[in-house]
Write a protein that binds this ligand. Structure first.
Ligand code: ADP
Ligand code: MG
Length: 595
């Protein structure tokens, strides 16, 4: 038992019961009957004391004596009921059976829920109290849950709607006002389709159980916006209830679209989205327009436009079949045509996607024209390298006729000129071999056009880079903007390749080769610097001499070709070499611009 001064918070699971009687012995008797571990009993001997308790303690039930001096039971009950905090506390009046008839009516009038008559029947008393306490506990639980639900609903930015199986709104939280511009009262009893037109159909057609439905909602005034709706389904007393949590995803969608748009536009591949209904182009990226040469007006929503492409005969059947079955097609080699009629090579992938509820065809084409060109170029350069190596053999071949000539020349001092003819024939043969070799090894074309030196370097870069990787070296590019020059692109590529290969060959593993361009006064300079061991003076003196090589497998032709190319471009090759490495500078004259 507790009195007013011993308030306790330490056993929250106990239920508080207040016993009020002016006679101490009655209180003791009641307390003895209700002495249970789950009850926390409070006793008061007057209405005033009872009221003081009620202010600070939450009671599950109050047992209130009717006859008390001062404030009687009814007055006390009225005051308890008039306070908001205690208005729902059940009150049981305790009265003598003899006074029952007069008191009962008045008691119920002031809010009593029942009567206990003295003398008590112990079992009836405890059972009654237990039942009331249980009811009180349920009520408290429901109160708590309702409160929690209300708080969750009111603090949520999502609109939480409950509706019946016909799609009629039962409840809705306050978020409906900012999201839909309707107060909850305006929506209750209305069909859900007023807010989310497709939701009811989607719920019935799909297994919406735990899925998220992506759809559009409508705000008052008709503005549509994208929403994600999480749906839960509950069955209460055979009633189906749907709980829908509606989230406005306008911002997220805009961000996603923006991100997609950036990837879409920045992608080096050609990307297009076509409607499956009329095959028109709904969207194409910048690469698509740039590579094909068409403008967006010519392509988008123009039923007359279609990208022309060819697929190898062998694949045609299987691709048509895959497309027919809506299966994705991956990396099919195609040739496609640009606006100017140029045929380009590409790898095409297609896939069926859904955009704003409509089925579309997403096509991605990776242009491989450049790669194919580089591959071919690599083969050509390799062949060139081989020709260089063959030169050593040819030189050997040339020696034989030379020896013959030499022998006959000696003889011709004494005999007729019939040997002179043989000499001439042999010399002609030697001349042919040499000129044939030179025609292959040096591409001495005069095909000079205005070119950016930097773009020639960039074109060759993948090849140089792969060569460097093979020998565990790295390449450093440092290209400054330079005016365009009249260049034979093939020759400059050959020059660059020869110099970089020499540089790479001169370096121990892990070295860095740098290629730099800059303009200085009236010169445009391309510098190839390696971190090799440099050259001795006698090697430097012989640079450019055909067939001069210090390498076991060298041909000694690389630099002589370079000097030839430089001369044809009116450029100079400057070499500096030390133990830290060698730098070849090719200096082009800017004034050649006026040629
Ligand atoms: P090859 O490379 O077949 O020997 P090149 O004409 O390219 O023929 O070069 C001739 C010689 O010049 C090389 O054998 C080498 O001794 C020297 N040389 C050329 N470039 C470099 C360099 N970057 N570093 C050191 N030596 C070089
Ligand atoms: Mg070389």
């Amino acid at each position: 038992m507790r009195n007013y001064t011993e308030k306790s918070d330490d056993s929250p699971e106990k239920v508080n019961i207040l016993l009020v009687d002016d006679r101490e012995e009655n209180l003791i008797a009641l307390a003895a009957l209700l002495d249970k571990p789950q009850y926390e009993l409070y006793t008061a001997t007057s209405g005033l004391e009872a009221l003081r308790y009620v202010l600070s303690v939450d009671f599950a039930v109050i047992l209130l004596d009717v006859q008390m001096p001062g404030m009687n039971g009814f007055e006390t009950a009225s005051l308890i009921k008039s306070r908001e905090k205690s208005t729902h506390v059940p009150i049981l009046f305790v009265t003598a059976i003899s006074q029952a008839s007069e008191n009962v009516k008045q008691g119920y009038a002031v809010g009593a829920i029942d009567y206990l008559f003295k003398p008590f029947h112990p079992e009836t008393l405890t059972l009654k109290i237990e039942a009331i306490v249980r009811m009180h506990q349920y009520q408290e639980q429901i109160k708590l849950q309702n409160e929690l639900l209300r708080i969750i609903g009111d603090t949520s930015n999502d609109t939480i709607i409950t509706m019946d199986k016909l799609g009629t709104v039962i409840t809705v939280n306050r978020a409906s006002k900012p999201m839909f511009d309707y107060n909850p009262e305006q929506l209750i009893g209305k069909p859900i389709n007023k807010l989310v037109p497709e939701l009811y159909e989607r719920l019935t057609e799909e297994d919406a159980g735990n899925s998220i439905i992506e759809t559009n909602a409508v705000r008052r005034g008709g503005h549509r916006f994208p929403v994600d709706i999480q749906v839960g389904e509950a069955k209460v007393d055979n009633r189906h209830i749907f709980v829908c949590s509606v989230r406005d995803v306008t911002e997220r969608k805009a961000l996603e679209e923006e991100r997609f748009r950036r990837i879409f536009d920045a992608a080096p591949s050609l990307i297009c989205v076509r409607s499956l209904k009329d095959r028109s182009y709904l969207n194409v990226n910048d690469s698509f327009l740039q590579t094909t040469g068409y403008s967006s007006e010519e392509v988008l929503h123009n039923p007359g436009y279609e990208l022309q492409y060819m697929i190898e005969e062998d694949h045609l059947h299987s691709i048509n079949e895959m497309m027919g079955n809506n299966a994705p097609v991956r990396n099919i080699k195609i040739s496609y045509m640009t606006k100017t009629g140029e045929l380009r090579e590409g790898l095409m992938s297609t896939e069926r996607i859904q955009l704003h509820g409509e089925y579309c065809l997403l096509t991605v084409i990776t242009d491989i024209t450049k790669q194919l060109f580089l591959e071919k170029e690599m083969v050509r350069l390799d062949r060139l390298n081989l020709t260089g190596k063959m030169a050593a053999g040819i030189v050997h071949e040339i020696r034989n006729p030379m020896t013959t000539v030499r022998g006959f020349l000696q003889l011709s001092k004494n005999y007729s000129s019939e040997y002179t003819n043989i000499m001439i024939e042999e010399l002609d043969r030697a001349h042919n071999i040499v000129s044939e070799f030179l025609s292959v090894a040096t591409a001495h074309t005069t095909n000079r056009k205005l070119h950016q030196l930097n773009s020639v370097i960039e074109t060759l870069y993948p090849l140089i880079h792969s060569k460097a990787l093979c020998s565990n070296h790295s390449i450093q590019l440092d290209l400054s903007p330079c005016p365009a020059l009249h260049l034979d692109e093939k020759e400059i590529r050959q020059l660059l390749l020869n110099l970089t290969l020499n540089g790479l060959e001169a370096m121990p593993s892990g070295g860095e080769l740098s290629i730099k361009t800059y303009s200085e006064h009236d010169l445009i300079v391309m510098e190839i610097r390696d971190q090799g061991t440099g050259m001795r003076e006698e090697v430097l003196e012989k640079l450019g001499t055909p067939f001069f090589s210090t390498k076991i497998n060298g041909t000694g032709l690389g630099l002589s070709v370079c000097y030839g190319i430089a001369a044809r471009h009116d450029a100079e090759i400057k070499v500096t070499s030390s133990e830290q490495g060698t730098t070849f500078s090719i200096q082009f004259k800017q004034r050649q611009l006026s040629i």
